[in-house]
Design a protein around this ligand. Sequence first.
Ligand code: KG4
Ligand code: ZN
Length: 343
Amino acid sequence: MRILGIESSCDETAAAVVEDGRTALSNAVASQIDEQRLYGGVVPEIASRRHCENICGVVDEALSGAGLGLEDIDAIAVTYAPGLIGALLVGVSYAKGLSAASGKPLVPVHHIAGHMAANYITHPGLTPPYLCLVISGGHTHLVEVRDYSSWRVVGRTRDDAVGECYDKVARTLGFPYPGGKYLDEAAKRGKSSLYTLPHPRVEGSDLDFSFSGLKTAVINLIHNLKQRGEEPDVNAVAASFQKTVADILSEKLMLAAGELGYTKIALAGGVAANSGVRRRIKKECDKRGYQLFMPELCYCGDNGVMIAAQGYYDFLAGRRAGGELNALATLSLEDICDETTHP
Ligand code: KG4
Ligand code: ZN
């Protein structure tokens, strides 16, 4: 079965064709990063306009890249939540039009479920249940993947997402947007012991995260050094920050795995491309004999392949939508069934 996946929740217009949820036949992406960088972040209105301009070409490229026509596609999957509302609406409206015109079924996909499904492409042997740490620009979630289309969120950030924190710290250090990957590179050259950063405490659930305190601590560290006339050692700040993030993420992930009895662990989302986080979590999993699944670097950030992969499993689970489908800026993973099968 071949699914066309369409993604437009933030600043990438993306589409891809995936066979049986596991094999990517194409992967087309039009990124707005170069333009959004001028503003130091994503301007929602600009994002929507660029999606409008790019979506036809990107979907055509996904089909031609797979050597297929629309008639060879079994269903159209689209990200409908969560994300920037104006950006999501472009993909949703386009997919609804394509579905109405072609008679192909429309499958609404949750963006976070899509990120997790990137692992099905990289790891053909991965099957639920497993525990997944989703770390992206907008989300930090610990998710029990009970089945392909059934999830329980067991931990989440109380404030900033880890990617957001990476981007703010990177900006303060003078790196371009989005700064996560520049900070990652700088961290490889720095000494993490030069600066000490706090591990924020979270009252209540020990599986929840908090990153705003860490973000403020790094920004204050940089400003205080500058006020004293000292230039911060950029590589060392990056290395200390990266080590602290890797400590926090691996601690919570291992705690959740132990408490909930999971030995199959996965990572997902843009920050899953981070070299320090990957290395640290691999080490902790190896120590305990856990299996670790991480998406290839090219499938960590937003893409259409992950939406088509999850779309396949959501299609098998009976998820469908019609002309009534709306985009939603926020929607919990656990609420998806109610929203899509009982609109
Ligand atoms: O998953 P994603 O593409 O978008 C959302 O759904 O939010 O994640 C984007 C985030 C950005 O914050 C970006 O800086 C971060 O992923 N990122 C990284 C790395 N590559 C991308 N953060 C740390 N290290 C990296 N190597
Ligand atoms: Zn994303």
